[in-house]
Design a protein around this ligand. Structure first.
Ligand SMILES: Cc1cc2nc3c(=O)[nH]c(=O)nc-3n(C[C@H](O)[C@H](O)[C@H](O)COP(=O)(O)OP(=O)(O)OC[C@H]3O[C@@H](n4cnc5c(N)ncnc54)[C@H](O)[C@@H]3O)c2cc1C
Ligand code: FES
Length: 288
């Protein structure tokens, strides 16, 4: 379906400070709405080394959340840093929870946020997963795990059987929260410190795990091998792709991925992760 945008309101404080107050767009037959909001930090806890867990009060944006969507967070230190995309880990009636890893300037700034601080956010962004009835296998790798928590919560609330496979280099985080929801949880670690020693795809093969639908988020290499496995087993797989983003709102081409397109001469076209994704049908993606 074509993309319909309405109601743009720009301020002109700087190139990266363009605010889209509200807009609506259509993708995959659904209507999505984005708003900006000054969110209140309710809590910020260190989950494990380098991983932070923030709950934001944002009554305008939180009710819009779908599992697998993300928000853009504006690092407000006057340095005009671009907004940073972070997945929605959990959504409440007026709160959003995010879990992120400190990798650079923006995430380092967010890790210092304290209860009572305010932070500007844009959301909700992207399409999110299409939640299907039937058994579900959720596969997360590293910092791709957080968006699967809200996904598991919604699938379980809708009465579906949920199995979760979480992969980490070493140790684990959030796994107990999936268990509390009632999901069956399997953990794989590269170093064998927790659960199965090896990667998530090897664990899935070893345990012969199957489901009506597979939902995944994690490193591209993990998604690629999971995609090969799911295709062999004829299991539909939705992958959440992570690309570096600039504008985060579809206005540049900073986040494109190659998507199969029979109508183009090359057999593929570029799609924007921030706007057309981040979730794609794995069969659409050109894995290279
Ligand atoms: C849709 C989406 C959802 C995301 N959800 C989460 C989340 O829930 N939790 C979380 O911790 N992170 C998430 N990320 C990644 C997060 O956006 C980046 O880690 C963050 O923008 C880095 O900002 P920074 O200023 O700290 O680092 P920068 O100073 O900008 O970069 C530091 C390093 O991180 C690398 N980097 C930056 N962005 C990415 C990226 N998208 N993928 C891979 N490497 C990157 C850079 O190449 C560089 O090496 C998500 C990204 C996308 C696109
Ligand atoms: S980040 Fe600009 S188009 Fe996606």
């Amino acid at each position: 379906m074509g993309k319909l945008k309405i109601g743009f309101i720009f301020t002109n404080r700087s190139l990266y400070d363009i605010l889209i107050k509200t807009f609506v767009f259509h993708t995959r037959g659904s209507v999505y709405m984005k708003k900006t909001e000054t969110a209140l930090v309710l809590s910020n806890n260190k989950l494990t080394e380098g991983i932070f867990d923030i709950t934001l009060k944002c009554p305008d944006i939180a009710p819009l959340a779908r599992a697998g969507q993300f928000i853009e967070i504006y690092p407000d230190n006057g340095a005009n840093l671009l907004s940073r995309p972070i997945s929605i880990c959990e959504a409440g009636a007026d709160t959003l929870r995010i879990v992120f890893q400190v990798v650079g300037k923006g995430t380092a700034l967010f890790s210092n946020l304290k209860s009572g601080d305010k932070v500007r956010i844009l959301g909700t962004c992207g399409n999110g997963y299409e939640l299907k009835p039937g058994s579900a296998l959720l596969v997360g790798g590293g910092i791709g795990v957080p968006p699967l928590l809200e996904t598991a919560k919604r699938l379980i609330a809708a009465g579906n059987d949920v199995t979760v496979v979480l992969g980490f280099r070493s140790g684990s985080f959030l796994s107990d929260e999936f268990e509390k929801l009632g999901a069956r949880v399997h953990i794989a670690t590269d170093d064998g410190s927790v659960g199965f020693k090896g990667n998530v795809v090897d664990l899935i093969k070893a345990e012969s795990l199957t489901a009506d639908t597979v939902y995944s988020c994690g490193p591209k290499i993990m998604l690629k091998f999971l995609s090969i496995y799911c295709e062999e087993k004829n299991m539909p797989l939705q992958v959440s792709m992570e690309e570096r983003m600039a504008c985060g709102i579809g206005a540049c081409v900073g986040c494109v991925v190659k998507i199969k397109d029979e109508t183009s001469a090359d057999g593929w076209t570029y799609k924007k992760v921030c706007k057309d994704g981040p979730v794609f049908d794995s069969k659409e993606v050109c894995w290279e």
